[in-house]
Design a protein. Structure first.
Lengths: 176, 235, 1055
């Protein structure tokens, strides 16, 4: 049986959702046997491959790089899962949204800095006006809210997807 | 003594008292209708529209919290349409302001959050507004975070109807509506405020909270307020 | 004045009042409503007063309210003793002296007279003015008033609203008196119930039932309230009613108070109506003085008084529970009902609230009886309703019509159709921001509460805003949501947040913000939720404009979302400029004008030809929709865009540098793709598609049944309009881009479509309408009857035209005019017969005028009846039947109706130019689906037919149109065929960057428009030489300077 190509992505988030993914105890061993983890912070692949079956996205879309990434990933993914509140609601990253970007950067890099009071421009992707949920930019197939979503919730969704089922609507989705 | 009448709720025949609302009759019969702005003992305002029900004989959806029962009335509390509309109402509340459950003192004890769970909401289809709203920290014991306020007016009512202090009111209109204290002063400067904290305890979200609690720690204690309100002669 | 205590005193006042209305001296009444004042009525009043004062003339000067025809303001009524009342319109200060002269001479010159009133039914009495002025139409004979029935507006514009005696003089307060003497309040309630009067505020609840409810309540005190918080944009009937006749309101309220047992009345009126407030306060004061209000009304022991409260202008305060909250000094927010105001209203006491107009109906109902009242109107809605008819109609104003009158009567009869020539009426919005828009196709709908509701609209307070093709329905929906959004009180979630989300989505659509594609579904769902779940009427009705616009004008929403196009040209973010937006080829017009202005002729040409491959030809024959919306015309006249690109094309084609420019064009070609595309039909559509497909690197073969390319441009449009040499050099350029032409081959007959499918990767069907429509009437089989296209084709091929010296042309399109002018050039005498009127002619106006100048005669409203032959079977004469313009049809034009009057005209040749058609059976056989009317079904946006890789555009999908429209389809098809074949968007790669100024002119250039020059009549009317020489380079330069550069969008920061 062909192994399912699974990828994970980390946009604007804290990696807590990835931690929760790893937190599923013994289940992760049987899961590892069924999937090929082809891309993500947990593996050492440089390029997002073509023809990925399932991609779990952690984090909100905050920068032009996030946007570019998620658009590419959408093109190469069959089922896209918004994993965790940041991807689903933009959560903590969105707390900056009411503040204009230049004011924000000024506060962090100039007013808040002890030395080298400059706003970095090189080597960092420009921030978008707002950090926004993934589905406002690309089509999302499954949402798993939670901060982080419980390992159980993640396992249940992934198990459904591996079995080729549309994930049952999470009976108890919980934000936060 | 009010007259006893019978009505049907989801097909089941139950008895109710003349003058009761559908919601009161349903509660008495052990039937659940989701509510948010309603608080037992305070006047009902029918603002959140979560308690809308279908009543046979009218095309209109009626709020259970303000519609009086009538003899022979047949009420439907759940239908695909009602669920869809309730979800939209909740989604609208979520996108209206900045509800970040993960960092909220009321996380896990929030009526808005719990309703989202019970209605199976996994995401918001409408775009967020991300308004820039202040937090009023001027009161020595309490805090008002407009980002988390859903304008249910429970605080307004409990303050006016039970405490009698009339500290809270809604100012402006439409999407700009905002809770305000005193004569549009910082809460801490409102001398009418008796610091009783009833508004905090009836607030369904983390908008009104006690100072000093961290995320998930603010558990509202409001069981006794309804009783108090009833003794005061509220509804 | 002591209060009236008995009938004797009352009758004395009544007589005095009537004497004021019909004085033994001339009476001049100035319409001094807000509408009249806004148009200068006060100045006229003072001019009359001054002159009367100075001359000492014995003339009674008064001010009255509005008579309803607001478009005719300022209006003045003049009545000489014993003569009819003359209603004068658009009176200016300059007219005053002459009018006073007329008055003293005893005869008003009819120039300014709009209509006359010989007698007037005030319902409570009839006033006889007198007979005379047979040449002046009676008020019932002028279009605006025809069919109107004035019950509510019975006194408006005729009596002095500030004089209670005039009101009593025409029978006012008589009904009240009778009711008080009769002493049976319950009988009054019964009468109102029996009349089936429904609340005129919008919801249409039965007034009698409400009254009954309050009357039966035992609580004391009870309140009655008049809701005069008229807040709908575009609605002002309540304002004018109060301004014109405040006592009718008071009388209705006093009767109501008596019937229901209320002791206090309140009129809640908008503070924005200062004149109405002022007149109302004075009326109340007078009513108290005369004993009509107070502790002892008319001496009958009834106690009642009225107070005026000014509302602060919140729309939601029109909702009764919010209104009550506002009266109690709280924020105007509604509360759920029950309890209803009749149970728990103002200060917790039983309260009845009725709209101004409802109260106006009370005295007539009580005085004439319910049976009289319900004679008027429809079965479910009795009586009349006052509407404010505004927007894109000729005649605007207050229209009082019986319920059940069809919408088209309002718009086409009373309103006399569209106010902007050339723009068809598209829809009407009833009920203001809470109502819905009803499309033209449904104008047969009778207006009453139920029918409007079925269409998703509402009656509301009676606003009727007419919209035409210049209105974008998405923008209209956005506008109304913006209004209700800003007026939402914010109490309930659906209205507060839902409308905000609706507004954001609609704004996104009108601004072309990306990511809106799937928003239509959300919008629809949200709008329904707001409608079904909101707390009060504001929220429940606020989504109506969106829901109806999406229901009746869905294609406009799709255009915005999928094609980023706003047909009306309203949504500026979707267009470069109004001219670009209206050009079917979406030519970047400001760019080539600016390049020309900067003397960059070659770049200007490149810009033109890459946008439009036939610039010289279209520069001569295009219908130039670009000028229709050119903003320059708001200053003087539109820029002559067409002649500038004609000149650019002519200059460059003839220049020495032409070869180097051709190289630049060929250099734009993308690398060869190896894909083969067939273009079936090498007319303007096919040539355009072939041009772009070749540029995109495809291998293009164009087939045509004729021996040359060009289609109608080559074989129908005569030489004198489009010299064939101009067309030929443009086709040559297309050939040089690598397009192969195969002539004398009829696709579908000589070359089956399936064979094309085998040989090509994609097929574009762009054949024209080469089959003439034939009129089937007696005599068309005679010798000398020709089809226009057949005739034009013969002449374009240089074959002598088979026409005699007297030619009759039937039709009003371009083919008719072309045939006529060609026949003139062949030496014939020509008459054109057209069944409608001049303004309805589809031909280009300039061409029609030129034809007439050249000697063609046009007979309008003439339908061919039969053609008469001689014994040899040749044409001898034509008989036409005169038509008159009847009702408006669904296209918004008046339908020609035959009159039976036959006229005979001698002629020897008849040319039938009554439209063209085609035969697409071969397409059907190859699996392409057709519409019922015989055109091909395509995806509106991609132009792909039901068979994959088969595209179609031009006449085969529209059924016949004009050159630029046809070419637009060719361009659109090429873009989509390329995207389909290559799987990527390559279109933008065709177009180079141009460098030109991005600065709009600081001041508009002062130059006037230059039109193309017609060569002298003597020279042109008998020769085939081109008749319009275009404009000179200097003129073209000035034209390009006249452009206002609407394409340059400066960001105006909000400061």
């Amino acid at each position: 049986m062909r192994k399912v190509k699974l990828a994970t992505v980390w946009l604007d988030g804290c990696s807590g959702c990835h931690m929760s993914l790893l937190d599923m105890d013994a289940a992760i061993i049987s899961l590892a046997g069924k999937v090929d983890l082809v891309y993500g912070p947990l593996v050492d692949a440089q390029e997002f491959p073509d023809g990925v079956d399932v991609t779990l996205v952690e984090g909100a879309v905050s920068s032009m790089e996030d946007l570019h990434k998620i658009q590419e990933i959408r093109l190469r993914t069959n089922v896209l899962v918004s994993l965790g509140d940041c991807a689903v609601t933009s959560n903590v990253p969105s707390m900056r949204n009411p503040i204009p970007v230049n004011k924000l950067l000024q506060r962090v890099y100039v007013e808040g800095a002890d030395e080298g009071k400059v706003i970095p421009t090189e080597g960092v992707p420009p921030l978008m006006k707002h950090a926004r949920p993934v589905h406002e930019f690309v089509k999302v197939d499954v949402w798993v809210p939670g901060c982080p979503p419980s390992a159980k919730a993640i396992l249940s969704v992934v198990t459904d997807l591996l079995a080729g089922r549309k994930p049952e609507a999470n009976p108890n989705p919980k934000f936060g | 003594m009010p007259q006893t009448i019978s009505i049907r709720i989801d097909g089941e025949l139950v008895s109710a008292l003349q003058g009761q609302t559908i919601l009161e009759a349903a509660k008495q019969a052990g039937k659940y209708i989701p509510t948010l702005c309603y608080f037992e003992g305070l006047s009902a305002v029918g603002a959140c529209r979560l308690c809308i029900v279908e009543v046979a004989g009218t095309d209109k959806l009626l709020p259970a919290c303000t519609t009086p029962v009538q003899d022979g009335m047949s009420v439907t509390t759940t239908s695909p349409k009602l669920t869809q509309y309730r979800r939209i109402a909740l989604e609208l509340l979520f996108v209206e302001r900045n509800h970040v459950c993960a960092v909220c003192v009321s996380n896990g004890h929030c009526e808005l959050q719990n309703l989202a769970t019970s209605l199976g909401i996994t995401n918001m289809r409408h775009w967020y507004n991300y308004p820039n709203l202040p937090v009023d920290l001027s009161h020595k014991r309490f805090v008002l975070d407009h980002n988390r306020c859903i304008l249910c007016t429970r605080c307004v009512r409990v303050c006016a109807e039970v405490e009698g202090a009339h500290v809270w009111e809604i100012t402006e209109r439409g999407i700009s509506s905002r809770l305000t204290s005193g004569l549009n002063q910082p809460w801490g400067q409102v001398t009418d405020c008796t610091n009783c904290g009833k508004c905090v305890q009836v607030c369904p979200t983390g908008a009104l909270a006690e100072k000093g609690w961290a995320v998930e720690e603010m558990v509202k204690q409001n069981d006794n307020i309804s009783g108090l309100a009833h003794r005061k002669g509220g509804q | 004045m002591p209060p009236i205590q008995d009938i004797g005193a009352f009758n004395a006042v009544r007589e005095a009042g009537l004497a004021k209305l019909l004085p033994p001296v001339p009476r001049v009444a100035i319409g001094m409503g807000t509408c009249g004042r806004g148009n200068g009525a006060e100045g006229i009043y003072h001019a009359f007063a001054d002159l009367i004062g100075r001359t000492g003339m014995d003339v009674k000067l008064v001010s009255v309210g509005c008579f309803g025809a607001c478009f005719q303001e300022p209006m003045v009524n003049i009545r000489l003793p014993g003569e009819p009342l003359l209603v004068l319109r658009r009176v200016q200060i300059d007219d005053v002296a002459r009018l006073l002269q007329d008055i003293s001479s005893g005869r008003i010159t009819p120039e300014l007279v709009y209509c006359k009133l010989e007698e007037w039914d005030h319902i409570t009495s009839t006033v006889k003015y007198g007979r005379g002025y047979p040449e002046v139409p009676s008020w019932t004979e002028v279009a605006f008033f025809k069919g109107q029935k004035k019950i509510v507006l019975r006194n408006c514009g005729l009596i002095n609203p500030d004089d209670i005696e005039e009101y009593i003089g025409i029978g006012g307060y008589q009904t009240l008196y009778n009711v008080l003497i009769d002493g049976r309040p319950d009988f009054v309630v019964e009468q109102v119930k029996a009349s089936k009067l429904r609340g005129r505020g919008g919801a249409g609840f039965l007034t009698g039932n409400k009254w009954d409810f309050l009357a039966k309540s035992k609580t004391d005190p009870k309140y009655i309230i008049c809701n005069a918080d008229e807040g709908d944009p575009g609605a002002y009937m309540n304002r004018n009613e109060i301004e014109g006749d405040p006592h009718s309101l008071l009388e209705g309220m006093i009767i109501g108070a008596y019937a229901m047992g209320a002791s206090q009345g309140i009129i809640y009126i908008r503070a924005e109506y200062p004149l109405a407030v002022h007149r109302l306060r004075r009326a109340i004061q007078n009513a108290r003085e005369y004993g009509l209000l107070g502790n002892n009304v008319l001496g009958r022991g009834f106690k009642f008084d009225i107070e005026v409260v000014e509302g602060a202008g919140a729309f939601v305060c029109g909702e009764e529970t919010a209104l009550i909250a506002s009266l109690e000094g709280q924020a105007g927010r509604p509360r759920p009902r029950p309890p209803f105001p009749a149970q728990k209203g103002l200060w917790g006491k039983p309260t009845n609230i009725n709209n101004v107009e409802t109260w106006f109906n009370i005295a007539p109902i009580v005085s004439k009886g319910p049976a009289w009242f319900s004679e008027t109107g429809s079965t479910k809605s009795s009586g009349t309703k006052v509407f404010s008819l505004v927007g894109k109609v000729h005649n605007t104003g207050l229209v009082e019509m019986p319920f059940g009158t069809p919408l088209k009567t309002f718009i086409y009869d009373v309103g006399e159709g569209g106010s902007t020539p050339g723009r068809a009426i598209k829809a009407v919005q009833t009920g203001g921001p809470s109502g819905g828009c009803i499309p033209r196709e449904m104008f047969d709908t009778p207006v009453d509460y139920e029918t409007l509701q079925q269409l998703g609209a509402i009656m509301g307070s009676g606003g009727m805003v007419v919209m035409d093709e210049d209105n974008c329905m998405v923008d209209v929906a956005r506008f109304f949501i913006e209004f209700t959004h800003s007026e939402s009180c914010g109490k309930c979630v659906p209205c507060r947040v839902g409308l905000d989300k609706c507004l954001r989505i609609l704004t996104g659509i009108t601004k072309g913000i990306p990511g809106m594609r799937d928003r239509l579904e959300h919008l629809d769902e949200l709008a329904r939720m707001i409608r079904d779940c909101s707390l009060c009427g504001l929220g429940q009705t606020a989504p109506n404009p969106v829901l109806t616009a999406m229901r009746h004008f869905r294609t406009e929403f799709e255009d915005h979302l999928l094609a980023r196009h706003c047909e009306a040209g309203v949504c500026q973010d979707l267009a470069l400029s109004p001219c670009e937006n209206s050009c079917p080829l979406r030519m970047n017009i400001p760019r080539f004008l600016q390049l020309y202005q900067e003397n960059q002729i070659e770049d200007a040409f490149l810009s033109v030809i890459l946008d439009n491959p036939l610039p010289g030809s279209t520069g001569r024959v295009c219908q130039h929709p670009c000028t229709m919306r050119c903003r320059r015309q708001t200053l003087d006249e539109p820029v002559n865009i067409r002649d500038v690109h004609r000149l650019i094309a002519d200059t460059v084609f003839a220049s020495n540098n032409f070869e180097s420019i051709v190289k630049r064009i060929i250099a734009r070609k993308l690398e060869p793709t190896g894909r083969k595309v067939a273009v079936a039909g090498a007319g303007p559509t096919g040539l355009t598609a072939a041009f772009y497909l070749a540029l995109l690197g495809h291998d293009v073969t164009a087939f045509d049944e004729k021996p040359e390319a060009g289609g109608m441009l080559r074989f129908a449009i005569p030489e004198y309009r489009l010299p064939k040499a101009v067309l030929r050099r443009e086709i040559e350029l297309i050939e040089r881009l690598g397009v192969n032409f195969v002539f004398n081959t009829k696709v579908g007959i000589d070359l089956p479509l399936n064979e094309l499918a085998d040989r090509f990767d994609a097929v574009f069907i762009s054949i024209g309408t080469w089959k003439d429509s034939w009129l089937y009437l007696p005599g068309t089989e005679l010798k000398g009857v020709h089809s226009a296209l057949g005739l034009l084709e013969k002449m374009s091929r240089g074959i002598p035209a088979p026409i005699g010296p007297k030619v009759a042309v039937i039709g009003g399109g371009n083919a008719a005019i072309d045939s006529a002018r060609s026949a003139l050039r062949a030496g014939a005498e020509v008459t054109i017969y057209y069944r409608r009127d001049r303004s309805d002619m589809p031909a280009i106006e300039e061409e029609t005028l030129a034809a007439e100048e050249e000697g063609a005669r046009i007979v309008f409203q003439a339908l061919p009846h039969r053609i008469i032959g001689d014994q040899d079977g040749a044409v001898r004469a034509i008989e036409i039947e005169k038509t008159r313009l009847g009702e408006f049809d669904k296209s918004g034009r008046r339908k020609p109706v035959t009159t039976g009057e036959i006229q005979r005209y001698e002629c020897d040749t008849v040319v039938l130019a009554v439209g063209e058609t085609f035969d697409l059976d071969f397409c059907k056989a190859s699996g392409l689906e057709l519409k019922e009317e015989g055109t091909l079904i395509v995806n509106r946006f991609t132009l792909e037919t039901s068979r994959p890789y088969f595209y179609a555009g031009g006449d085969v999908i529209t059924g016949g149109s004009n050159v630029s429209n046809a070419m637009g389809f060719g361009k659109q098809a090429a873009r989509n065929i390329d995207e389909r074949l290559m799987g990527e968007k390559r279109w933008d790669r065709l177009f180079p960057e141009f460098t030109y100024s991005q600065q709009p002119p600081a001041e508009p250039s002062g130059s006037r428009r230059h039109n193309g020059h017609l060569i002298e009549l003597m020279l042109r009317s008998r020769s085939n030489e081109e008749v319009v020489t275009g404009i000179t380079p200097k003129e073209a330069h000035e034209e390009s300077c006249r452009c206002l550069r609407c394409d340059v969008k400066t960001n105006v920061s909000a400061s």
